[in-house]
Design a protein. Sequence first.
Length: 319
Amino acid sequence: MLGGMNGGKFEFRRVRRRFRQPLVTGRGVVEAADRLLLRTEADGQVGYGEAAPWPGFPTEDADAIAEVLRGAQGSLARLRASVDAAGGALPCLAAALSSCAHWTEIESFAGALPCAGLLPALTAEAVDAKAAEGYRVLKAKIGADTDLAAARALIARTPGATFRLDANGGLELGAARRWAELARELAAVEFLEQPLPPGHPGYASLGPEKIALDESFLTPGGPGWEGPVVVKPALAGDWDALMRWRRTRAGAVVYSSVFETAFGRQAALWLAAQDPRAGTVGFDTLGRFEMDGRDRHHAGPLARGRLDIVWHDLWKEMA
């Protein structure tokens, strides 16, 4: 699973990050995010990874991750064996170990990918502010109480912008159909993301055109879908398996953040950059937390890796 990482040892740290303002999604309000950071040593190489579960996704939670890490007692071989034995039930830990395995490449990544702007609200003021910052693709959260007619008018008044509408699985089927019609009618809407809860039978009637799966997808072992899928590297399981899957998939893949620290962000951007068809990523997540020193990248319409972070020093600061 993780070639070249025979034996070895690891240590981990658990950190909690509080949002400056609670994050409102289509499924509710998120006030804080728990993260478990890994540092591995194997074959003379040091690696870093981040296990970053996120509400609404069917992964292991932070407590379960911490339990597995404690049980491995610092043995990297034992940790790998536990993740393998889980049979895909520990995708966050598998992703973190993938980051550790590829860290030599990850820390050398300084490339840039076009990034969508995350709107705090679907309002003219928010759209204008993000457009002024240089964002050309804008992501908006929608829910059962979002005014479809107002959204249509706002999109129409913003020439040159492309919109991604994310419901986080919070719509009923009737509303999902109306939003799907809007997305297909307006060229400026790239897609409607996760309109229904995971597993909802209504996806069969909605069809894949301009309907993107997010919470429903998770890893390549998830449901087959001809439409776009959103991949969150921190939740996607083994990255080598993910990259093999991507090489055989014809449909669009959008790479997206789950509000990682600098460790997870650097790694996730590297992974997205391995896909020559990556397109515009969803990493406008900086500056959302209380000042905790755990963001080190720069915000903006280009999401860049950084060569000037001293990762060992940052690790020590996480204590």
